[in-house]
Design a protein around this ligand. Structure first.
Ligand code: MRU
Length: 367
């Protein structure tokens, strides 16, 4: 993504090699700030407080976290401790487990004196692979957008609704749900994105809107509850979301509220696509609703809102009646039957066990 004329990834090794740099997503949309991670604890903190978030970027940050730990102490005990500390940071996105499992299995075979270098190479590989995967997702998803564009009248955009931020900021570059949008836009197809604000943390209003704006993609931020109405009135052509964990059977876990969009899309006979890199598939699970751990976050995310006043001050205010209890499940599961297709790096797949297993035979667990 280009910001102020400079091309950025969302995470990278600092030029002097002394730290890992990230874009601090807690500052959006009011500031574009870079933060430095010097230690494994810094990386764990960044994931926990959501300076970095989004399933693929959580995995990439964890891989760099292991590398920072190996630089401090490359012993087996340190490797185990780093993996276990990083695994505790957030429960739902399986990319975290995937990256740590890969790091541990790779590094345990390397002699301690070579571990730090090997760990940084691995983290960089995971980032490069994420970009290549997202570009492939973009190409496959763009074919769907192109087909819809052919059905539109001259001058009418393809209206795409998305939820949360499965964009550049959720990955190392391009995004998953946004990659097809960026590629379609860049190749001259008219697109317009309905951006769900995505309460309680406003990833849509704060992050997706920011990045679409920077890329020049026409978009409109809407209240989370507006999508069904827009679908009923022909204002939406398709839905594309991301996912934090998809089961072997195609059940899709994503930011809270995704399921309601899928229900509305089905009622309105509209396609509901989910864009995902293969590290987001958890081939060990079959029943998303029962088996995927759903992160329960602080109620203050619901009871408070932070924003910028007209005078430019950032303020946090309470928006719930005093004394009322607040709940905050952060993700929900959309059953495979509501998913039109899974846009992966290996093509658009049916949301079912057979399609996923055929596309990714090397990932299917041998039990
Ligand atoms: O809580 P977050 O902001 O980490 O949730 C992110 C999402 O739900 C994204 O849609 C998902 O990680 C897919 S990112 C390509």
């Amino acid at each position: 993504m280009n910001v102020d004329g400079k091309k950025y990834r969302t995470i990278w090794l600092a030029a002097d090699g002394a730290s890992v740099e990230i874009i601090d997503q807690t500052k959006f949309p009011y500031a574009f700030e870079i933060a430095k991670l010097h230690t494994m604890e810094d990386a764990a903190h960044a994931i926990r407080v959501m300076q970095v978030r989004g399933a693929p970027l959580i995995g990439a940050t964890a891989a760099y976290g292991v590398a920072l730990a190996m630089r401090a102490d490359p012993s087996d005990a340190s490797l185990d401790a780093a993996c276990s500390a990083l695994l505790q940071t957030r429960p739902t996105a399986v990319n975290l487990y995937w990256a740590l499992d890969r790091a541990r299995k790779t590094l345990i075979q390397v002699a301690p004196e070579g571990r730090a270098d090997a760990a940084f190479v691995l983290a960089n590989d995971i980032c490069d692979e994420d970009i290549a995967i997202n570009m492939a997702i973009g190409m496959h998803g763009m074919d769907i957008i192109t087909a819809i564009a052919r059905t539109k009248r001259e001058g009418e955009p393809v209206n795409i609704l998305t939820h949360c931020n499965a964009g550049w900021l959720a990955t190392v570059d391009w995004g998953t749900a946004t990659a097809p949008v960026y590629m379609a836009h860049d190749s001259g197809i008219q697109v317009h994105v309905w951006v769900d604000e995505t309460r309680p943390r406003n990833q849509g209003a704060f992050l997706t809107a920011w990045e679409l704006g920077h890329h020049g993609v026409p978009h409109t931020v809407i209240a989370d509850n507006a999508g069904g109405h827009l679908m009923q009135h022909g204002e939406v052509d398709m839905v594309i979301t991301g996912t934090d964990r998809t089961t072997a059977t195609g059940d899709v876990c994503n930011k809270i509220g995704t399921y309601l969009k899928a229900l509305a899309a089905r009622d309105c006979d509209l396609p509901f696509y989910v864009a995902l890199p293969s590290p987001t598939i958890d081939f060990s699970l079959s029943d998303g609703i029962r088996e995927i751990p759903i992160e329960e976050r602080s109620g203050t995310e619901v009871s408070r809102m932070t924003g910028r006043t007209d005078s430019g001050a950032i303020e946090t205010i309470n928006i719930v009646a005093d004394g009322s209890p607040v709940g905050n499940p952060a993700f929900d599961v959309t059953p495979a039957r509501l998913v039109t297709g899974l846009i992966t790096e290996r093509g658009v797949l049916g949301a079912n066990r057979q399609s996923l297993a055929e596309a990714f035979p090397e990932r299917v667990r041998v039990s």
